[in-house]
Write a protein that binds this ligand. Structure first.
Ligand SMILES: NC(=O)c1ccc[n+]([C@@H]2O[C@H](COP(=O)([O-])OP(=O)(O)OC[C@H]3O[C@@H](n4cnc5c(N)ncnc54)[C@H](O)[C@@H]3O)[C@@H](O)[C@H]2O)c1
Ligand SMILES: [Zn+2]
Length: 397
């Protein structure tokens, strides 16, 4: 003790100079159709503001397959408008493969360097959420940030992931564990891309729309509920309206929610996600993100009802609307137990806690259209909610 006192008294009084940097992040989200038609001015209007006319394009293989002329079309568009592609557009695998470790991200960075792009040049990423996550991460690292234009091509990437500021890859079997916060230069949502999607990838975007509606927008939830049958049948004007409203709600939350870089504990946009992430991983990604989210929303709505935050009528409205829209509310994965006999999904609570930085914060609906954060979730409550959901699912069949 005496020794310590002596040590401290020998240290000079520290001088602190506080630094505060306000960075102004802003970008446009533009909805359009037929974006690569040379007559469509949207992409040109985004590109024309730069001092560089060099552009690099990364395309999702699923998109290249569904739109066999896309490489020719985008090259023609860029040349027509006076832009240079030092390398031809490159196709990378769509889905989780592209963000599985560093391989493809490293290749993207190599190509951006090979093309001698500078910080005023553009990287255009055309694809689903996985391709956008990987390309955005690569673009954020080269020259500490090349301008990224996202052209999301799935419902989920148009209404959720593509309008955000997160980029990244999976590493060592852990989802999104490596990455960077980097905002896009612009986001162009071309509805025409959605037409070739497998129905389940439309459903994934719809699940995220339910998520954001239930915690933020009763009117939007009522729209989803009233149009659930058309959503299930993939009626395009309805799907487009759903994608657009959900995108705007996500955009609004990220811009005005006060925590775009997720420094605090609360993650309202992760409602239904603590179990969703776990179910996806437990299934070896057989359960898509959106299906996991739909089940997660159903589970957390049952829990919210048990805790008195929503009424039984509100719970039933949520679950019926999810089902009517063709989304799952239950999976047998919820009942899978580990070697110790515990439900595997319960580990999702701990993983979520760790991801948040030590203290648990789970968002639940408070009524429909509002939310509440809870900091503890009893395992017995989750077990009871699973039994209840299983019963509902059985009655449905
Ligand atoms: N960065 C974020 O904030 C954020 C948020 C949510 C989800 N994500 C990530 O997004 C990913 C999921 O994205 P997703 O739902 O868009 O799916 P995805 O990117 O995995 O794509 C799904 C499949 O659709 C194909 N595809 C893409 N567009 C197509 C089209 N127009 N026509 C035909 N096929 C097409 C792809 O090749 C792929 O096979 C996950 O990796 C998830 O972690 C990121
Ligand atoms: Zn999600």
């Amino acid at each position: 003790m005496i020794g310590k006192k002596k040590l401290y008294s020998s240290i000079e009084t520290p001088e602190t100079f506080h630094q505060r940097i306000n960075t102004d992040i802003n970008f446009d989200l533009i909805f359009t159709r037929d974006s690569l038609n040379v007559e469509n001015p949207v992409l040109f209007s985004v590109l024309k503001g730069s001092a560089s006319n060099k552009v690099m394009v990364f395309i999702d293989s699923g998109v290249a397959k569904a739109f066999p002329h896309i490489i020719h079309k985008i090259s023609t568009y860029l040349h027509y408008h006076g832009f240079q592609c030092p390398l031809a557009p490159l196709v990378y695998p769509g889905g989780e493969t592209v963000k599985d470790g560093w391989n493809y991200v490293r290749d993207m960075m190599d190509r951006l360097l090979e093309a001698h792009l500078c910080r005023h040049s553009f990287c255009i990423a055309v694809g689903g959420g996985a391709l956008l996550d990987a390309a955005g991460f690569a673009a954020s690292m080269v020259h500490r940030g090349i301008r990224l234009i996202r052209m999301p091509t799935t419902a989920l990437s148009q209404d959720d992931s593509g309008v955000g500021v997160k980029n990244g890859i999976n590493y060592n079997g852990v989802k999104n564990i490596i990455g960077a916060f980097a905002a896009p230069y612009a986001v162009i949502n071309d509805f025409d891309f959605l037409r070739t999607l497998d129905a389940r990838f439309i459903g994934d975007g719809v699940a995220e729309a339910f998520k954001v509606a239930i915690i933020k927008d009763l009117e939007f939830f009522s729209y989803l509920e009233a149009h659930a049958k058309e959503i299930k049948e993939c009626t395009w004007p309805v799907i487009e309206r759903v994608v657009k409203r959900a995108a705007i709600l996500h955009l609004d939350h990220i811009g005005k929610g006060g925590d775009p870089m997720e420094r605090g504990e609360a993650r309202p946009l992760d409602f239904g996600h603590w179990s969703a992430h776990k179910l996806e991983a437990m299934s070896g990604y057989e359960i898509s993100h959106g299906s996991g989210v739909a089940v997660g929303i159903a589970l957390d709505s049952v829990i919210a009802c048990m805790l008195g935050y929503i009424t039984a009528t509100e719970r039933d409205r949520i679950i019926s609307a999810l089902s009517a829209a063709g989304l799952p509310i239950f999976t047998s994965m919820l009942e899978k137990r580990d070697v110790n006999g515990s439900l595997g999904v319960l580990q999702g609570i701990e993983e979520f806690r760790e991801h948040l930085g030590g203290s648990l914060c789970i968002t639940l609906p408070k009524g429909i259209g509002d939310r509440i954060e809870i900091h503890e979730l009893r395992h017995s409550l989750v077990e009871n909610a699973i039994v209840f959901l299983k019963g509902l699912d059985a009655n449905k069949k």
